[in-house]
Design a protein around this ligand. Structure first.
Ligand code: APR
Ligand code: ZN
Length: 357
């Protein structure tokens, strides 16, 4: 089958013929119908995350189950499914504490699976490798959703929406009337802006380096848009009685924007790091400031969500017309056009590109 493969850090991804073994015991084969391009994929391409190569990109996707291995009980051929890039084991200490997003078995950026057509061992992003015609994954990595849910929307639920809305609703527990700033308006940040407004937050201040994100910010429901520069913290304070926001979300994955989120939060407020940054990019905070500001710094892994519980709930919201994700799709393409989507993302353009393999 064909898959989008990156061969080394910094090289452009290319559509490549690869071979996947069929589903083993408790695995399933899924035909991918829609897959989003997420910044974590770009971080695998540009080397920020230093995964093993060659690597099949992609981890935000939906499709149809086409084959099941022995002992598969949670899904059947023909089911429409969203892929979960952090399937919990349900047995470890974290899973037992109902924190499946911290499951001890997850957190590896890539794992070995299949071979290239020339026989070279291949790896797949986050256990999926979903920018491909098909994936073979453990049954725990698929979540069945109603067949009426469009594949594009279903794909977005699997990463950008679960992450962005989970960060607002679950990690930060934003309440009606709270003030929120979201820094970084890609698919993840825009989904967070939308969820913040849906939770009744006001103001919802959207911040991005690119002035071209203004329209997208407002389409997602932001009450204000700021181009991030040296005046951003002052501008955020001006809209929050001089204090700063109750919740500042960092959806970029850089120390500089974590610092910006820190300074944009009010005294006693919370800073939620949603972006996945590089190992050697160090966040510096003044010790006196950490004490005096009384802020909380936390991160949101996969929106502090349980995909088995939350993906069907989000799917139901979409079908009920409560969750309208149209604003998140800025481009559509095929596998052959996917490399260009990485270039657009690197330039900070658009929201999500959806790839229909
Ligand atoms: N200040 C403000 N915005 C910035 C800055 C900055 N210094 N640097 C980059 N940005 C903006 C970009 O202009 C872009 O709009 O951050 C946005 C990032 O969007 P995407 O590249 O589309 O990323 P996305 O897929 O939303 O992921 C965001 O979450 O899951 C993690 O690994 C992912 O770290 C990434 C983050
Ligand atoms: Zn992602």
């Amino acid at each position: 089958m064909r898959a989008l493969v990156v061969r080394a850090a910094g090289e452009p991804p290319r559509v490549t013929d690869v071979e996947l073994p069929g589903p083993a015991e408790s695995e399933v084969r899924v035909g991918v119908r829609a897959a989003g391009v997420c910044h974590s994929d770009l971080s695998m391409v540009d080397g920020t995350l230093a995964p093993p190569y060659p690597l099949v990109l992609g981890h935000e996707a939906a499709g149809i189950v086409v084959e099941v291995g022995g002992g598969v009980s949670r899904t059947a051929v023909g089911d429409h499914v969203v892929l979960n890039w952090a399937p919990p084991c349900r047995r470890c200490w974290f899973c037992q504490r109902a924190e499946p997003w911290l499951c001890a078995s997850t957190g590896t950026p890539a794992s070995p699976r299949g071979r290239t057509a020339d026989g070279e061992p291949l790896h797949v992003t986050l256990g999926l490798g979903a920018l491909a015609e098909e994936v073979v994954v453990p049954q725990s990595a698929v979540v069945p959703v109603p067949a009426e849910l469009p594949f594009e929307t279903a794909a977005l639920l699997g990463c950008a929406v679960l992450t962005g809305s989970g960060a607002i609703r679950r990690t930060a527990a934003v309440a009606s009337g709270d003030s929120v700033a979201v820094i970084g308006l890609g698919g993840v940040g825009l989904a967070a802006v939308y969820a913040a407004r849906a939770a009744g937050a006001d103001p919802v201040i959207a911040v991005d380096l690119s002035p071209a994100k203004r329209e997208l910010a407002h389409a997602a429901g932001a009450t204000a848009f700021l181009v991030s520069d040296s005046s951003t913290v002052r501008a955020v304070r001006a809209q929050t009685g001089g204090r700063g926001v109750d919740h500042a979300l960092e959806c970029v994955g850089r120390s500089a924007t974590i610092g910006l989120a820190w300074r944009a939060a009010r005294r006693g407020g919370q800073v939620v790091v949603v972006g996945m940054g590089a190992k050697d990019d160090i966040v510096g905070l003044g010790a006196l400031d950490v004490f005096h500001s009384a802020r909380t710094l936390r991160s949101s892994v996969y929106g502090s969500s349980d995909p088995d519980r939350d993906l069907p709930e989000l799917a139901a919201d979409v079908l009920a017309g409560v969750l309208d994700l149209g604003f998140l799709v800025s481009d559509r393409t095929t596998l052959d056009g996917a490399a260009a989507a990485f270039d657009r993302m690197a330039r900070g353009e658009g929201a999500r590109t959806l790839v229909c393999p």
